[in-house]
Design a protein around this ligand. Structure first.
Ligand SMILES: [Fe+2]
Ligand SMILES: [Fe+2]
Length: 165
């Protein structure tokens, strides 16, 4: 990302990052990294694609950042399967507490888990965020898994060396 685009991206999302509840996502584990960084990654992907395609990229980027705006505490009443389906609605409720969203932004957040959730993307921006989220999630899970495997190998080699001595 160019410096100009990075500055614009940071400007678009800066007020959201200042919200305490949003910055608390740094402590929430999501695909092996923090939910905060996952949201930023999805927002960045949405920003780059929607800007390139001359869409409503500012609103789309903000909604993409808020797509997983929930803490584990918000979903403690649900099991993993229910959380998987319901967290877009919870993220939308949280986002609306802090920000004024238009219908498109609400749809971007509520439909990002489609087809797992019942809300279908109604605009191109929502389809883009939903696809970016899936690609980013796969990448993060793969990276986390890869580092786990590497960690296990390092431990194994370390044990072998210390046993030899
Ligand atoms: Fe999500
Ligand atoms: Fe996500």
């Amino acid at each position: 990302m160019s410096i100009k685009k990075r500055d614009e991206f940071n400007h678009i999302i800066s007020d959201i990052l200042k919200i305490d509840k949003f910055s608390s996502l740094e402590n929430e584990l999501h695909h092996g990294i923090s939910r905060y960084h996952h949201c930023i990654r999805v927002a960045k992907g949405t920003y780059l694609i929607t800007k390139k395609m001359h869409m409503d990229y500012e609103r789309a980027t903000r909604a993409a950042l808020l797509h997983d705006f929930f803490t584990d505490d918000d979903t403690k009443a649900y099991d993993v399967k229910e959380t998987f389906k319901k967290h877009p609605d919870i993220a939308l409720i949280n986002a609306k507490k802090y920000f004024e969203l238009d219908a498109k932004q609400e749809n971007i957040i509520a439909s990002h888990m489609f087809p797992v959730c019942n809300v279908k993307p109604h605009c191109k921006e929502a389809w883009i965020t939903s696809c970016v989220d899936k690609v980013v999630a796969l990448y993060e899970m793969y990276r986390f898994k890869a580092s786990l495997v590497m960690g296990a190998w390092i431990l194994f080699i370390f044990n072998m060396i210390t046993i030899q001595k």
